[in-house]
Ligand binder design. Structure first.
Ligand SMILES: [Zn+2]
Length: 236
């Protein structure tokens, strides 16, 4: 699975302990950033990852693990969308579910590797960016329900693509932060400033999303009423 063939089984086990934020010897939970900074375990004093090569290996293992989890999410959304995409709002709910899955299986383990300051910036950047993405995706998916030609297949492809894009961006961003942590680079000021920009964008897109969903619900109501009316008129 990993592209590190030189790793022995026990080393891989120790790395996966570190990957889940635990000491490779006593399995005690480590404070954020310990392994990537190569600091010793505060409980047993075991040096976590003394060499830069080991830290690079941890970074790579983190990338491999999150890729597998991302593809699971894409597969699940594709299957769900194929079965139920004729129903309004189902695709949006599937997408929201996939983003929650990404949050718990990819983002959370990644965050445990980071030092507190970087963890806060990374967590909030991802939260706000994911919120913007979800709101935009709901707009696109729900507008698609109004186009009769855009059948289940189109909606399935669009939602699978959205999960892949959101997960891919999340993964790359986390991996970038994990890499910076490993090299001991500090959090840049522009990363903090970017949070304010994301907040403004999020407010704007959420307002747009609410407007679109209300408009579509109204339109569906109208269509429904007209269909009923036509059925009554068709009766002898
Ligand atoms: Zn320890």
């Amino acid at each position: 699975m990993t592209s590190l063939p030189t790793l022995a089984a026990h080393e891989e086990h120790e790395l996966s302990l570190l990957l889940s934020g635990r000491c490779r010897r006593c399995a005690e939970r480590l404070p954020g950033g310990t392994a990537l900074r190569g600091r010793p375990c505060p409980r047993c004093g075991e040096p976590t990852l003394p060499s830069a090569m080991d830290r690079a290996a941890l970074h790579e293992l983190h990338g491999t693990q999150s890729t597998v989890r991302l593809w699971l999410a894409v597969a699940a959304v594709t299957a769900g969308a194929l079965v139920a995409s004729w129903f309004p709002l189902v695709n949006s709910l599937l997408l929201a579910g996939a983003l929650v899955w990404i949050r718990f299986t990819i983002v959370r383990p990644g965050l445990t590797l980071l030092t507190p300051r970087r963890r806060i910036v990374t967590r909030w950047t991802l939260r706000l960016a994911t919120g913007c993405f979800l709101a935009l995706s709901v707009i696109v998916l729900e507008l698609l329900t109004l186009i009769p030609a855009a059948g289940a297949v189109v909606k399935t492809v669009v939602s699978a693509g959205q999960v892949a894009a959101a997960g891919g961006a999340t993964r790359s961003y986390l991996s970038w932060q994990v890499g910076r942590e490993g090299r001991g680079e500090p959090v840049a000021l522009w990363e903090v400033a970017l949070l304010a920009v994301w907040t403004v964008v999020l407010l704007a897109v959420v307002a747009g999303m609410v407007a679109v969903v209300l408009w579509i619900l109204g339109k569906l109501g109208l269509l429904h009423a007209r269909a009923l009316q036509m059925m009554q008129e068709a009766r002898p």
